[in-house]
Design a protein around this ligand. Structure first.
Ligand code: GDD
Ligand code: MG
Length: 358
């Protein structure tokens, strides 16, 4: 089977992290987001992944070449010269997706994290005889997403698909994970066009669109607060499935993932819901909760970080306090500085406190 991952888009809502890396390569639980997806696809027998790309292609290609061999899966790029939206890239990759086998193929948004229940999706798709299956999940704030209204009788056929509705139509939303028959490609023109606004509504009105409720957790991690929530859900799920991967000890609170190459000083309090990447140095007396510390970060003595993402190779000074903040690659926060809310650009130096979001 084949899969296409939509890795275009500029990832602006995940700035400043996406100023240096394309969104799919941003680490999540110490692994680029897109690798979580590729590994799960491989598990259900996908042999070839096509990355639909329009932004920083060189970075993606050189990075993923390494993983082709490691994972034993073919990874190809389909590169747009102008952004084609969420459907146009499928038309562009048509020849790469269709191989005459008539088998359905997967399509994924690159920023969604879950347990990827692809085997269940394949089974469901085979059971209904429609043209396309989308996975749906329940959320509290459906207006940020594509809302899927199911037919009441069947409970699984989609009646209506409304992208980012302004008025409430339902709380089951498109999880950005699809299994599509090759015939769906006949509905898509090679131009900038949207799966959600143009293609799905038409398949739904032909009564050929089905939806399966995704078991387990789900999150679109394309915004910092959602990224942190997604990390909490992911660590919860890891606790249930592979708890030995989580850190243990008197200094650990709740679910914490620490890379084996990270160094942790004396008297730290770490957790809940913390991920620490490789080559990080966390000096003594540091307190970390609900945060991500990416590769190569130095956090000096007695600093305190909560509800924040600390980008690659940044330095956080002694007794600094960081809350509700996203810090770009290689930034430097000086000793005793307090930041509450906002974004620190890559390589920026912060010498005095910032107490209102900015
Ligand atoms: N190749 C390519 N070209 N990819 C693109 C382009 C483009 O022009 N524009 C967006 N993408 C990719 C993004 O990288 C992402 O993987 C996916 O398409 C969806 O774009 P987002 O910008 O993340 O959309 P969203 O989060 O607002 O909404 C989408 O995801 C929700 C679930 O997270 C929609 O599919 C909603 O219906 C859905 O509920
Ligand atoms: Mg998104």
């Amino acid at each position: 089977m084949k899969a296409l991952i939509l890795v275009g888009g500029f990832g602006t809502r995940l700035h400043p992290l996406t100023l240096n890396f394309p969104k799919p390569l941003v680490d999540f639980a110490n692994k680029p987001i897109v690798l979580h997806q590729i590994e799960a696809l491989k598990e259900v027998g996908v042999t070839e992944v096509i990355l639909a790309i329009n932004y920083q292609p060189e970075v993606m290609i050189s990075f993923l070449k390494d993983f082709e061999d490691k994972l034993g899966i073919k990874i190809r790029c389909s590169q747009e010269t102008e952004p084609l939206g969420t459907a146009g890239p499928l038309a562009l990759a048509r020849d790469k997706l269709v191989d005459g086998s008539g088998e359905p193929f997967f399509v994924l948004n690159c920023d969604v994290i879950s347990e990827y229940p692809f085997a269940e999706l394949i089974q469901f798709h085979k059971s209904h005889g429609g043209e396309a299956t989308i996975m749906v999940t329940k959320v509290d704030e459906p207006s940020k997403y594509g809302v899927v209204v199911m037919d009441e009788d069947s409970g699984r056929r989609v009646d209506r698909f409304v992208e980012k509705p302004e008025v409430f139509v339902g709380n089951k939303i498109n999880a950005g994970i699809y299994l599509l028959n090759p015939s769906v490609l006949d509905r898509i023109e090679l131009r900038p066009t949207s799966m959600e606004k143009e293609v799905f509504p038409k398949i739904a009105s032909d009564k050929l669109l089905y939806a399966m409720v995704l078991p387990g957790f789900w999150m679109d991690i394309g915004q910092p607060e959602d990224y942190i929530t997604g990390q909490r859900l992911y660590l919860d799920s890891l606790r249930k499935k592979a708890s030995t991967k989580l850190a243990a000890g008197p200094h650990i609170v709740g679910n914490v993932l620490i890379h084996e190459n990270a160094v942790i000083g004396e008297g730290c309090i770490i957790g809940p819901d913390v991920v620490i990447g490789p080559e990080c140095v966390i000096e003594s007396g540091v307190t970390l909760s609900r945060c991500t510390v990416m590769r190569g970060v130095l956090i000096k003595e007695q600093a305190c970080v909560s509800s924040s993402i600390i980008g690659w190779h940044s330095r956080i000074g002694q007794r600094a306090q960081i809350e509700n903040t996203t810090i770009g690659e290689g930034a430097h926060v000086f000793d005793k500085v307090h930041i509450n809310g906002g974004v620190v650009l890559p390589h920026e130096e912060i010498k005095s406190s910032i107490l209102s979001p900015g």
